[in-house]
Design a protein around this ligand. Structure first.
Ligand SMILES: [Zn+2]
Length: 335
């Protein structure tokens, strides 16, 4: 049998140093409740009537963590929705792109996962942000008892998550032995937030960071968010970064809009991707750019630019037509 006191003082000292170093380095990762991302997301179909697929694909990351995805046949956005279950409450992050419960029975699916004998856990519905493809299912939940739906406007987000010093403070949601940090991440959307689950180390990034297009409406705010998030995760373990969409295929090509995506890349990104984000956003010119696998865009500015371009072309056409008309008319008068 091993006896510590049988070792000489030098060896005991070495062992003490080794154990101390291990106790500092290891707990961060070993404390995380693990899960699996071994999942193949349904690929949709060019002809959804001939290839019917489940409206919602459900992946059980671990016993208390679910990843739901609305099928491409129901919405080309095919957003991801996350359900985290605690001891006293459950937390749903986003409600997807489809409002109609018949077309997309989201609330029914979520509630069935919370059923516990005759009772069920209260549910809190939150959002990464207020774009319609993240909150269209809200009404399905508002009608249910014991469900709180947190609105997406900035004042509601600030007050409900305790983010008085927006965007610098960090809020917390406690669902019972499971705390989720709420990190302000404006830039894509003024009241965008990300969620960090301390239990699993999952970082839910919404549209702030996803494998695909990074649509940035406010570059300065987005860059500041990227820097704050990098600082936040630096000393914390991150198992996976999970965004709200997949917009890349395996070769790194952007795939947006179609209903059939047979070759999507995986959803999950890494802590390294979060740490690299400030460097990516800081080089953004405010309109359009490609950095690594990401396409950075300011859709509003591009739309305005296209609108101005269209007006210029229209005016040019009118002027040319008027000049032609005048020339034809003067020739006719001369004859
Ligand atoms: Zn969005």
């Amino acid at each position: 049998m091993f006896n510590l006191w049988m070792l000489d003082l030098r060896r005991r000292l070495q062992l003490f140093v080794l154990l101390t170093v291990c106790s500092i380095l290891l707990p961060a990762h070993s404390q995380l409740v693990p899960g699996t991302m071994d999942v193949k997301w349904n690929e949709g179909s060019n002809d959804c009537t001939k290839n019917p697929q489940p409206l919602i694909q459900m992946h059980r990351y671990n016993a208390d963590t679910f990843i739901l995805r609305e099928n491409l046949c129901a919405t080309y956005e095919a957003p991801f929705i996350y359900l985290l279950i605690g001891k006293t409450k459950a937390l749903l992050i986003d409600t997807g792109a489809v409002a109609d419960a018949k077309t997309m029975p989201l609330a029914e699916t979520v509630i069935s996962l919370l059923a516990n004998g005759g009772s069920r856990l209260p549910l809190m519905v939150v959002h990464t942000h207020g774009h319609l493809d993240h909150r269209s299912g809200d009404d399905q939940f508002r009608a249910l008892p014991n469900v709180e739906v947190v609105p997406t406007d900035l004042e509601s987000v600030k007050s409900r998550f305790g983010l008085a010093d927006w965007p610098n403070s960090i809020g917390q949601i406690d669902v019972g032995d499971r705390v989720i940090d709420v990190i302000p991440t404006p830039g894509h959307y003024p009241s965008h937030v990300a969620f960090y689950d301390r239990q699993t180390g999952l970082f839910f990034s919404g549209d702030f960071l996803l494998p695909g297009r990074l649509l940035i409406e406010d570059t300065n705010a987005d860059l500041a968010s990227a820097r704050r998030v990098a600082e936040f995760v630096e000393q914390r373990p991150v198992a996976y970064v999970l965004g709200a969409h997949i917009e890349l295929d395996q070769s790194g090509k952007t795939v947006v809009g179609g209903r059939y995506r047979p070759n999507e890349r995986p959803l999950q990104l890494t802590k390294q991707d979060l740490l690299a984000l400030p460097g990516i956003v800081s080089g953004f010119n405010g309109f359009y750019g490609k950095r690594g696998v990401y396409v950075l865009m300011n859709q509003n500015r591009i739309l305005i630019l296209l609108g101005v371009g269209a007006v210029i072309v229209l005016v040019a056409i009118i002027l040319i037509l008027r000049a032609l008309w005048r020339r034809l008319r003067s020739r006719a008068v001369a004859k």
